[in-house]
Write a protein that binds this ligand. Structure first.
Ligand code: CUA
Length: 333
């Protein structure tokens, strides 16, 4: 049993450590989380193997043989020394793992001075990120841009139900709870790349679509992006936005075609109302209200809060105008 157990444990631990479990480590916190996982593998694989080896050994060696069906086994009474051992050993192991996990947690929750403050507002079903604009205010972005090797302090809020702000490359996550602000400390690594932010709390029909793009970029690229966001945006033509493209692919947080049917662009979504019917004969003002304040115009049979409430912030005035004009035209033929 001992030899089988040792060999099987060694194989199990080797396999457990060789498997590539995690995406890239996009935060310095990631190494603490990953290490907890590896320590748990090393601690738990031998326990599992020992239990299984003893079970299989007993099933084979102490099985009932033909003619023994009516025999009783020997009466067994308690063994105090064994009982103390099998209580104390797991208790010591669990206490050790708890202390280790607690130490890891204090590393994860450490805040850094001069961290970049980013306010994260979650709502059904979108994230909006607010950055300081250098003039005492904030600007909004529906994508999360962060520079490499930078401490970031996220202040997380929710407009409606409980969501959860999570980027798998950070490993750490925090709930967005209505009525309070929660905080998450992350220090990015040098892993430049494009990753995902996802909602990690079941929050309604659109939970699975509640994602945002995370871009970890060089500090120079980040500064450039910040300047572009703060600079006043030109509105209207030249280069008027393409409403059909907005509708099918580029509108943030979710392109309209994901949920709505509109024959003019071949959209067949069924989560929201069919726009060919719903907008027929409606005014531009009504169409604009549908986009910017959808809860005020929920038709019978549909629930409020399914459609993102932040298109007024994520679409530029020119984009909004283009969409309204386009929808009015194609639904009123
Ligand atoms: Cu928000 Cu799930």
């Amino acid at each position: 049993m001992l030899v089988i157990g040792l060999v099987a444990s060694a194989i199990g631990i080797a396999v457990g450590l060789l498997i590539s479990w995690f995406p890239v480590a996009g935060s310095t916190q990631a190494k603490h989380v990953d290490m907890v996982w590896y320590v748990l593998i090393v601690a738990s694989v031998p326990l599992f193997v020992i239990v299984e080896v003893v079970v299989f050994y007993c099933v084979i060696v102490f099985r009932v043989r033909p003619g023994e069906e009516h025999l009783e086994g020997p009466p067994i009474h308690g063994n105090t020394r064994l009982e103390i051992m099998w209580t104390a050993a797991p208790a010591a192991l669990l206490a050790g793992l708890c202390i280790y996990a607690f130490i890891a947690l204090t590393h994860l929750e450490k805040s850094a001075s001069n961290a970049l403050p980013v306010r994260v507002v979650a709502e059904q079903f979108a994230f909006t990120f607010y950055y300081p604009n250098g003039k005492g205010g904030e600007f909004a972005s529906n994508q999360l841009y962060l520079p490499t090797n930078r401490a970031v302090k996220f202040s997380v809020q929710s407009k409606d139900v409980i969501h959860d702000f999570w980027a798998p490359v950070f490993r750490v996550k925090i709930d967005a709870v209505p009525g309070i602000t929660t905080h998450l400390h992350v220090t990015t690594t040098d892993k430049v790349g494009h990753y995902d932010v996802t909602c990690n709390e079941l929050c309604g029909v659109g939970h699975s679509t509640m994602r945002a793009a995370l871009h970890i970029v060089t500090p120079a690229a980040f500064d450039k992006w910040m300047h572009q966001q703060i600079a006043p945006k030109p509105s209207g033509p030249p280069g008027a936005p393409n409403a059909a493209t907005l509708f099918t692919t580029t509108a943030q947080p979710t392109p309209c075609a994901t949920c709505h049917t509109l024959k003019a662009v071949g959209a067949t979504g069924t989560i929201g109302p069919d726009l060919d019917q719903g907008l027929k004969g409606k005014s531009k003002a009504f169409i604009r209200q549908c986009i910017t304040n959808p809860n005020s115009v929920v038709p019978p049979g549909y629930q409020p809060n399914i459609m993102p409430q932040n298109f007024a912030q994520t679409l530029s005035p020119a984009e909004l105008d283009a969409l309204v004009n386009f929808l009015e035209k194609v639904t009123n033929k």
